[in-house]
Write a protein of this length. Structure first.
Length: 169
């Protein structure tokens, strides 16, 4: 399902465009009121772009898009500390997506996102535990598991829909 790798300006343009789309979605979602009164729970709509990139462009390009979104999202939001949490969660989720991309068929892509969301939440909590030097933050894990499954299913279905539509073009 992975496209042949683009080279040069075409590849750079594709990566920049997808990073800009992911960043725009991230910034727009940051303006929405919280879904539930639990810190850190959000839809994660920018991850639709990451799932798309893993399955269509490959692991390396998806990682570049993810890293760009994480860095620029922190810069544009003015919250540089979020780089640690986003990178911890994002890298763990990316790693899981890369493994799942080898195991899932093109009709099962929607399953990748809820699993990646769980690992994203786990990665963020592990970073928080390291920063705060306490394991108390793991008390959030049951809430984040439930929210990760629900929001991951939504973003996974969106990514599946996107991939199905774009494959027809």
């Amino acid at each position: 399902m992975t496209q042949p790798p683009a080279k040069g300006a075409k590849r750079l343009t594709r990566l920049a465009l997808l990073t800009a789309i992911a960043l725009t979605i991230f910034m727009a979602e940051a303006q929405l009121p919280p879904l539930v009164p639990i810190q850190g729970v959000k839809l994660g709509l920018a991850n639709i772009v990451t799932v798309y990139a893993v399955f269509v462009l490959g692991a390396g390009d998806a990682l570049l898009i993810l890293a760009g979104r994480i860095f620029l999202g922190a810069v544009f939001s003015g919250q540089m500390m979020t780089i640690l949490y986003s990178a911890g969660g994002g890298l763990l989720a990316w790693l899981v997506m890369v493994v799942l991309a080898r195991l899932l068929t093109s009709k099962q892509i929607w399953l990748c996102s809820p699993v990646a969301a769980l690992f994203h939440n786990l990665g963020q909590l592990l970073v928080a535990a390291g920063v705060m030097k306490t394991w108390v933050v793991m008390a959030y894990l049951p809430y984040l598991i439930l929210s990760g499954i629900l929001t991951g299913l939504f973003t996974g279905l969106c990514a599946q829909f996107l991939l199905n539509r774009l494959s027809r073009l």
